[in-house]
Structure formats: structure tokens, C-alpha cells
Design a protein around this ligand. Structure first.
Ligand SMILES: *[C@@H]1O[C@H](CO)[C@@H](O)[C@H](O)[C@H]1NC(C)=O
Ligand SMILES: *[C@@H]1O[C@H](CO)[C@@H](O)[C@H](O)[C@H]1NC(C)=O
Ligand SMILES: *[C@@H]1O[C@H](CO)[C@@H](O)[C@H](O)[C@H]1NC(C)=O
Ligand SMILES: *[C@@H]1O[C@H](CO)[C@@H](O)[C@H](O)[C@H]1NC(C)=O
Ligand SMILES: *[C@@H]1O[C@H](CO)[C@@H](O)[C@H](O)[C@H]1NC(C)=O
Ligand SMILES: *[C@@H]1O[C@H](CO)[C@@H](O)[C@H](O)[C@H]1NC(C)=O
Length: 408
């Protein structure tokens, strides 16, 4: 015997019993509930009274009911699911049989309720921790997973091309180089008579910032975070002739107004205390999506990391190096055999040094003659001169206090 025959038999029995009993229901209470289908429809209290096959539903009151009014059964013929079936149903007549048939109830549109999920955020006490330490050696540096340099930001211009790198120093703030925002002066006449610093492109709507990006030509939405620039702060003393004070801050927010969420691919880097200096030759690393070498006009696209050693100020100011071009706001670093260096497109990116097991941002990629040329080290903005400037402009003195820096 198949199921519908069984049901039909039971139902014809119940018709007989129902005839001798009068069922009274309160219509009002019967209709309180959903008028659309959610889940199995057990809370459906709407008025659809046709089965899927288009047959008219029979009145519930004609049958003895083991289900009370609380399950929506009452003095009506609307589809209901009082018995944990997969969806609301009703009895219909097929020929001489009474059978159970399912009904088609319009689905409730899933409510787009924003459940307030508390997203993890880095604080000034959780900075400088990479979740991986892997590198893949290649000529002049190594490809590195973003998880090894999770503070690296990619700043894109209005055409969506890589403009510069940056470093996440707090969930809402990216530190980068001021020179990244210089407009295209070759196209405008008479610009020589103007101070270039007054012509910086400070239209924040021209830039997009990505965090957690493995490669600039690849998108992984589950891993990367995309931001608009809410505020751009370029150091007022920036001199585009000699690149002194080459430092800028970007306040970022995503389309929901939120800042960076802490993930394996997105973390903040620590800021060292004011005026901290590391010994000469200290090994640090520079990371960016920049150009492979001076002569290749394509960017590497994929995040790269290179080892560089810090150079003393006096060494870098030697005649055969950069001489007087190096100001006290700059820091030099180079690979001892001149094989790796920061390059175009790495600008704004981080020079980080590991101290006491955490990564600290000591430099912002600024300038250099060529890339990895002999006696022409990379020149970086000396971040430890700008703690007060960063604190004042971000309003976050706790991030610039250098709390996580080991004390002797
Ligand atoms: C600057 O503008 C000129 C003229 O519009 C254009 O040919 C050149 O490619 C631009 N340079 C850069 C770096 O955008
Ligand atoms: C910024 O750029 C956008 C798009 O190019 C433009 O619509 C807007 O007017 C600019 N805003 C300012 C203040 O220049
Ligand atoms: C991105 O660029 C890298 C290096 O230029 C290349 O190996 C990779 O295939 C590119 N990825 C895509 C999706 O084009
Ligand atoms: C995207 O990132 C997630 C999380 O790290 C990873 O599991 C997934 O394999 C990535 N997808 C691609 C296409 O790389
Ligand atoms: C910028 O640097 C150049 C070269 O060192 C110098 O001559 C000029 O006076 C500087 N400008 C300002 C405003 O300090
Ligand atoms: C240059 O230094 C890197 C590591 O710093 C090393 O792997 C490489 O072999 C060196 N190259 C030469 C030519 O000495």
C-alpha cells in the first residue's frame, strides 16, 4: 500500500467521526503568524487554500484533529503544517479519495538583518606579528605570501594601477610616502614656476587601498580587504625637490564605514619609539609589489620581499654615495652585495626590522638612484622622527608610544 492510500483510508474514517462532532475555532487566533513560507512553514498562518496540483483544500473542521489551534488548524481550509511535514499541506479530494497534498506558499524574503558581528581588530598591543615566515627565493629578492608581511597595503590610482605601497599602522591608518600623490607635471605647462608640493593630487576619491592582497593582478575577495580613502594627510613640510619629509597618512574605510579587520593576511605593524636607532648593518626587510628591476617596465604584481642591511648615516652621506642629499629625516639601507633593493612601485612601502620577535616599521620606501645599483642604496623616510606627527594627525598617541618595543 502506498502512502496516499493509507492517508485516504485514515481520512475517510475521520470524516465519519467528524460528522458527529462540532469543532469550534477562534478565527482571529488562527490567523496570527507568518503569511509567507519560512523554513518548514509550521508557523505559516496565511490564507492559501489550494494544493500544488490546483485542487481546493478541504475544510479542517470536517476532520477530527489531533492538532490544536496553536498549530494553526481551525475553522478554515488554509494550508498548514501542524505535523512537521516538509511544508504546509491540506486535504484534497481526488475522485472518491481524500488525500494529503502539499501547497505552494510564497517564500518569505530572507530578512537582511545585520547581526552585529564583532570583528577582530588589532590594537597597539597586538602589532607586528606575521602569521607566516615563508619566502620563495628568486633573483633579486623573494616572493612572499602576504601572511608574512600582512601590513603591506597596495594603493591604486584612479585607473586601478598600482601607485604605491603602504603599511597598516592602526586599523584605520596606512602610512605611506608623500611623493606618491604628486600629479603628472609633464603634462601641464608652466608648472616649473609653481611649488610642486602645492600640486599634489589630494583628491581622495582617486585612490583605492587594498590589504591582504597577494598580487595586484589577482583578486581573492575572501582574503583581501578593499578601502576608500577617507582622509589624506601629507606632511606639510614635504619637499618634492629633495624628498625631505616624504611621509603621508591615509585614513581608510570600507563601503560600510569600517576599518581593517584582523586576519592572517591583514595585521598592523608596530611603530618603534621616538628616535630609536638600530645598529649599522642590522638586517631588515623591504616589501612591495614593485618593479622587478630598473629596466623592466612591468611590475612584479606579486608581493616580494628583500633583505637589506641598514647603513650608517655617515656612510650614506659619503661623496660616492649620496652626499648632502641625505637629510636627517632619511635612512639608507642596501643589500651588502647590491643585489636586492626597493624599486619603483615599492614607494611608500615598509622597511621593517624584527626586534624582540616583533616587526617594527623603521622606514618608508622613498627614493634611490635606480634599483640595486652599486653604492646607491635605497633611501627611506626615517619613521622614528615622526612619532609626534603621526600621533597628532591620527589622534592615536598610544600607537606611537612604542609600547611593544623591548626595553633593555
Ligand atoms: C603625463 O602626461 C602626459 C601627457 O598627457 C602623458 O603622455 C604621460 O604618459 C603622463 N605620464 C605619466 C607618468 O602619467
Ligand atoms: C575628485 O575627483 C572626482 C572624480 O575624478 C571628481 O568628481 C571630484 O569633483 C573631485 N573633487 C575635487 C574636490 O576635486
Ligand atoms: C599575475 O602576475 C604574475 C607575475 O607577473 C603572473 O605570474 C601571474 O600569472 C599573473 N596572474 C594573473 C591572474 O594574471
Ligand atoms: C582565497 O583565500 C582563501 C583564504 O586564505 C584561500 O583559502 C583560497 O584558497 C584563496 N583562493 C584563491 C583562488 O587563491
Ligand atoms: C627643498 O629642497 C631644495 C633642495 O634641497 C631646497 O633648495 C629648497 O629650499 C627646499 N624647499 C623648501 C621649501 O624647504
Ligand atoms: C647576494 O646576497 C644574497 C642574500 O643576501 C645571496 O643569496 C646571493 O647569493 C648574493 N649574490 C651574490 C652574487 O653574491
Amino acid at each position: 500500500m502506498n502512502l496516499s492510500v493509507v492517508i485516504a483510508v485514515i481520512m475517510s474514517l475521520s470524516i465519519e467521526m467528524a460528522r458527529s462532532t462540532k469543532w469550534k475555532f477562534n478565527r482571529q487566533s488562527v490567523l496570527k503568524g507568518d503569511t509567507c513560507l519560512s523554513e518548514d512553514g509550521s508557523s505559516y498562518r496565511g490564507t492559501v487554500s489550494w494544493s500544488k496540483s490546483g485542487r481546493r483544500c478541504l475544510h479542517w473542521g470536517r476532520y477530527i484533529s489531533i492538532w490544536g489551534t496553536s498549530s494553526g488548524i481551525g475553522s478554515h481550509n488554509f494550508c498548514r503544517n501542524p505535523d512537521s511535514s516538509s511544508m504546509p499541506w491540506c486535504r484534497v479530494r481526488i475522485g472518491t479519495n481524500i488525500v494529503k497534498e502539499y501547497c505552494e506558499i510564497p517564500k518569505c524574503s530572507t530578512p537582511t538583518l545585520k547581526t552585529p558581528v564583532v570583528q577582530p581588530k588589532d590594537t597597539e598591543l597586538t602589532c607586528g606579528q606575521a602569521s607566516e615566515h615563508r619566502q620563495f627565493k628568486i633573483v633579486g629578492g623573494s616572493f612572499t605570501p602576504i601572511e608574512s608581511q600582512p601590513w603591506v597595503a597596495a594603493i591604486l590610482n584612479r585607473r586601478g594601477d598600482l601607485l604605491c605601497g603602504g603599511s597598516l599602522i592602526a586599523p584605520c591608518w596606512v602610512l605611506t610616502a608623500a611623493h606618491c600623490f604628486e600629479g603628472n607635471f609633464t603634462s601641464s605647462l608652466k608648472c616649473d614656476s609653481l611649488n610642486k608640493a602645492e600640486m599634489l593630487d589630494q583628491n581622495t576619491s582617486h585612490f583605492t587601498v587594498y590589504l591582504g592582497k597577494k598580487a595586484t593582478n589577482e583578486t581573492n575577495t575572501s582574503k583581501e580587504q578593499k578601502f576608500m580613502v577617507e582622509k589624506m594627510i601629507i606632511n606639510r613640510r614635504y619637499n618634492s625637490t629633495n624628498y625631505n619629509h616624504d611621509i603621508a597618512l591615509l585614513k581608510i574605510k570600507n563601503k560600510d564605514g569600517e576599518c581593517a579587520v584582523k586576519t592572517a593576511a591583514t595585521r598592523t605593524v608596530c611603530l618603534p619609539p621616538f628616535r630609536t636607532q638600530l645598529p649599522d648593518s642590522y638586517q631588515c626587510s623591504v616589501a612591495g609589489y614593485g618593479r622587478e628591476n630598473e629596466h623592466a617596465w612591468t611590475y612584479s604584481n606579486v608581493l616580494k620581499e628583500g633583505r637589506v642591511n641598514l647603513l650608517s648615516q655617515s656612510e650614506c652621506r659619503k661623496k660616492n654615495f649620496y652626499g648632502d642629499s641625505i637629510t636627517g629625516n632619511m635612512l639608507c639601507a642596501a643589500n651588502p652585495n647590491w643585489s636586492t633593493d626597493s624599486c619603483k612601485g615599492d614607494s611608500g612601502g615598509p622597511l621593517v626590522c624584527e626586534v624582540g620577535g616583533r616587526m617594527f616599521l623603521f622606514g618608508v620606501v622613498s627614493w634611490g638612484d635606480g634599483c640595486a645599483q652599486k653604492n646607491k642604496p635605497g633611501v627611506y623616510t626615517r619613521v622614528t622622527n615622526y612619532n609626534k606627527w603621526i600621533a597628532k594627525n591620527t589622534g592615536l598617541p598610544q600607537y606611537t608610544a612604542g609600547k611593544m618595543y623591548p626595553t633593555k
